[in-house]
Design a protein around this ligand. Structure first.
Ligand code: FE2
Length: 230
């Protein structure tokens, strides 16, 4: 397959402030002309099913900032497949709960002014022998994914998990990748996970290069900014 950047959960506009520069640099330095997203590209905190956190944006401010983020990202990657995340789906989940027909809801592309492909499961061929299934959320244990599926797997959702595991038997070598996240860990939008100090968000993303997964951690300075190295 073509070398491809795997963009982790961004949760715009509560993404890490260096996210777009980091993505642009990875594209240029690693020669990644294609990209896929594991979903949760936007957060939609203002329409969450949970209580709103003090210090987050109003619904309109949040929407406009998320739209700006998506449009800037689509200048870097005009064509991208997104494995729809639970946060991307917030509008349709709310509509569903209110029994509003989904035909009355705008498409994601119309909402954010982009031209991406949004899917629940992204199936693609990695090499002559192996397929990969990318989806937003699977088992937190990536080894379980590799063992129980007859394909490689990629997932997001688990912000504090950042790794690649391999499973092999006599005839099979399979990998499973969990991509971390590109959130701002200090945003109040993530207060729900702050009590879990053993599983802090890991800021980074991943790529498939020469049909093999790699991790691209965002190395942070003491002040929490990206250190500008890939
Ligand atoms: Fe997420």
């Amino acid at each position: 397959m073509d070398d491809t950047l795997i963009i982790s959960d961004c949760h715009a506009p509560y993404n890490h402030r260096d996210t777009l520069a980091f993505i642009r640099a990875a594209k240029e330095e690693l020669g990644l002309e294609k990209a896929k997203s594991v979903g949760d590209i936007v957060d939609n905190h203002s329409s969450s099913f949970h209580d709103l956190e003090y210090g987050t944006l109003s619904a309109r401010e949040e929407y406009l900032a998320a739209k700006d983020f998506c449009q800037e990202l689509s200048e870097i990657y005009p064509e991208m497949t997104i494995s729809i995340g639970n946060h991307c789906k917030m509008t349709e989940r709310k509509a569903n709960k209110a029994m509003i027909p989904l035909d009355h809801i705008k498409s994601y592309n119309d909402i954010y002014g982009v031209n991406w492909k949004w899917v629940d499961h992204d199936w693609f061929k990695v090499d002559r022998y192996n397929w990969c299934m990318m989806t937003h959320a699977m088992s937190v244990n990536t080894l379980t994914n590799a063992k129980t599926h007859s394909h490689h797997s990629i997932q997001g959702h688990h912000h504090g998990t950042f790794g690649i595991q391999y499973f092999a038997d006599k005839s099979v070598l399979r990998w499973s990748l969990t991509a971390g996240c590109l959130i701002n860990p200090d945003s109040p939008a993530f207060n729900y996970s702050k009590g879990n100090t053993n599983n802090r968000p890991i800021v980074g993303m991943a790529a498939i290069i020469a049909d093999t997964p790699i991790l691209i951690p965002m190395k942070l300075t003491k002040s929490g900014r990206w250190d500008k190295r890939i």
